[in-house]
Design a protein around this ligand. Structure first.
Ligand code: SF4
Length: 388
């Protein structure tokens, strides 16, 4: 990548980030072994406990303190539906079950996180995690990796709505002075319930005003923010109670996530995107998603060839390196063609090469300015590696 930067193929001004799943190299026959192994182990554990607990009673008589299957820790209706056991592969237990779309089945997978430069589709950084890792949480590390590599501050960063996390990215990117071109997730609408957007948050006084004008105070801290709760006496007499408060609750609560103000600003900004911003977001799709498509269709990254996170990471790095070298080679071919150092055969090949044509279009303004420097770097690179 450093050679691409030296050649002037990287601007570092606009960066597109995205993530894609890589199918782990395991067979379906190895799946669920983890869960299946647990069943005999738990049965054996229960069988050991029963005689001690039922001492002096007829066989099979349950005791008061004997744990019941699926018993809730607290009495009463369980608060949450019990989660179905996770599946793992016995041959590659690090891979986790993930899917890219809700209407597709889960597959054991790893996830590649990619940052691509806007100028000539150079891959600026890749990272590999297990499939269930959240890409929004990876964003700060991706930004730091790219800025360290390029030595420049990112001006505009585009991502899809899976990066739309208030605390992790609007707040983070705003503080760094990077424009986040990331469409916020849609606000969930519950027809029977007053939506959260009807509640006005006042960050200065840390209160929320409900649609009836009543003040809601901070009630308890959660992992992602604060719960604000109305007073039960206010809700009891309120004409909006039926539409606002759940049947089983005494008062309405609202969850305000950390960085909520930045999220609100981003939602407002979304409606004010100018043509340049819309164009940058349009480019996101074909640039970074195109890079993922190319890696999968032309470089075999649809499926891992080795098992384990480190081995998949090596495959991801090598693929990214090969793709950057392709762009660098296409750039060099174009420069040499401009110098007249090409024979007709090569020109023909070059004309038929979509990749080279794309690079030609993308970097032609650059070629006039930094050509001498670029050629010097590229020749030195090619001499040292024997690439061409
Ligand atoms: S029900 Fe309670 S929270 Fe809802 S609008 Fe009325 S007073 Fe406000």
């Amino acid at each position: 990548m450093q050679d691409c930067i030296d050649a002037g193929l990287v601007s570092g001004e606009t960066v597109h980030v995205d993530a894609t799943l890589i199918r782990a190299d395991v067979s379906w026959k190895s799946m669920a072994a983890d869960h299946a192994d647990k069943v005999p182990a738990e049965n054996a554990e229960q069988a050991e406990n029963v005689p001690a607990q039922n001492a002096g009673q007829p066989a099979g008589t349950p005791t008061a303190d004997q744990p019941q299957p699926h018993a809730s820790a607290k009495p009463g209706r369980p608060r949450k539906k019990p989660k179905s056991p996770k599946k793992h592969s016995s041959t590659d237990p690090i891979a986790t079950m993930s899917t890219s779309q809700n209407n597709r089945h889960l597959e054991p997978a790893y996830k590649q996180h990619t940052a691509t430069d806007d100028k000539a589709r150079i891959i600026l950084g890749v990272a590999t995690t297990t499939g269930e890792a959240n890409e929004g949480q990876q964003l700060p590390r991706t930004v730091e990796r790219v800025e360290t590599a390029t030595g420049k501050k990112i001006g505009h960063l585009t991502g899809d709505s899976s990066y739309a996390r208030a605390a992790n990215y609007y707040q983070y990117l705003e503080a760094r002075g990077t424009e986040a071109i990331i469409p916020p997730q849609r606000v969930p609408r519950h027809a029977k319930k007053l939506p959260a957007r009807r509640f006005k948050y006042d960050p200065k006084h840390s209160i929320v005003r409900c649609p009836a004008g009543k003040v809601m105070q901070q009630s308890s801290r959660t992992e992602k923010g604060w719960l604000y709760r109305a007073r039960a006496c206010d809700c009891r007499q309120c004409p909006l109670r039926q539409r606002c408060v759940p049947r089983t609750a005494k008062a309405r609560t609202i969850h305000i996530v950390d960085g909520y103000e930045a999220l609100l600003r981003a939602r407002r900004e979304r409606y004010r995107w100018d043509d340049a911003t819309k164009d940058r977001y349009r480019r996101h799709r074909w640039i970074v998603e195109g890079v993922h498509g190319e890696a999968k269709t032309q470089h075999g990254l649809r499926r891992a060839v080795r098992r384990g996170l480190d081995n998949v990471a090596i495959q991801v790095y090598l693929t990214a390196t090969a793709m950057n070298l392709k762009r660098l080679a296409a750039f060099l071919l174009h420069l040499r063609a401009d110098d007249g150092a090409y024979d007709g055969k090569h020109d023909e090949q070059n004309d038929n090469d979509d990749e080279a044509a794309h690079v030609h279009l993308t970097i032609s303004p650059l070629a006039g300015r930094g050509k001498a420097t670029s050629v010097r770097y590229l020749r030195r690179f090619c001499n040292s590696t024997g690439a061409i």
